[in-house]
Write a protein that binds this ligand. Structure first.
Ligand SMILES: CC(C)(COP(=O)(O)OP(=O)(O)OC[C@H]1O[C@@H](n2cnc3c(N)ncnc32)[C@H](O)[C@@H]1OP(=O)(O)O)[C@@H](O)C(=O)NCCC(=O)NCCS
Length: 178
């Protein structure tokens, strides 16, 4: 597949049901194999609902993009600024809260295109750094972020249903273009 087969499209509140389906599918594909069905269900019921996603899309400090391939959404990106950031909330920072690609399309550089979009936004918004939290057991995502230059700077606790998990906090300093 060629990069030009993928279009990145800004998500609006009209797309909430499509985003909901894609979010639920990618979350399940990523985390079901290593979490209990009860803890998964709890997250889906509380965090991945139409109402919650509509609120997130409409937040003035968040941006969402779909990766579209042949008219289908195959991945998405969510970034946060200012008070939309889930932690730190530093005006000089931007959080990548979610980059998800359907399992079927992993390894085809779609994650990279979404990440490149995040970098473009960070430069446009003139933030000093990008940060994110990633589950310590999500080896695939850790490898992807390390490959893209992120370094670990801390940890934070995250609760999936009843399971206390540890996220690694990672950061990438944005250098000025020369
Ligand atoms: C992480 C994820 C977004 C990567 O997307 P992808 O489309 O599969 O990755 P790409 O094909 O764009 O890979 C981009 C680059 O990262 C590298 N990469 C990808 N996975 C990697 C890994 N596990 N370890 C090291 N490098 C990796 C690729 O080799 C590629 O580098 P190259 O251009 O030098 O070959 C994707 O695997 C995914 O959606 N995972 C499930 C959801 C998830 O865990 N999201 C993060 C939650 S915090």
């Amino acid at each position: 597949m060629h990069k030009q087969d993928i279009q990145l499209v800004r998500i609006t509140s009209d797309d909430v049901e499509l985003l909901l389906r894609l979010s639920r599918q990618t979350f399940s594909e990523t985390f079901s194999p290593v979490n209990t069905p009860e803890n998964m269900q709890h997250y889906l019921d509380t965090s991945l609902t139409t109402e919650q996603l509509r609120k997130e899309i409409n937040h003035p400090d968040s941006l969402f993009y779909f990766a579209m391939r042949a008219g289908s959404a195959v991945g998405y990106l969510k970034v946060n600024f200012g008070t939309a950031q889930t932690e730190l909330q530093d005006p000089g920072g931007m959080e990548i809260e979610r980059i998800y690609v359907l399992k079927e399309f992993h390894g085809e550089k779609i994650g990279q295109l979404l990440f490149n979009k995040a970098m473009e936004i960070a430069r446009e918004q003139k933030v000093d750094y990008i940060w994110l939290g990633v589950w310590e057991k999500n080896v695939k995502a850790l490898g992807f972020y390390e490959k893209n230059g992120f370094v670990r700077f801390g940890t934070h606790a995250f609760k999936l249903g009843k399971d206390e998990q540890t996220d690694l906090m990672m950061k990438l300093t944005i250098k000025e273009d020369v």
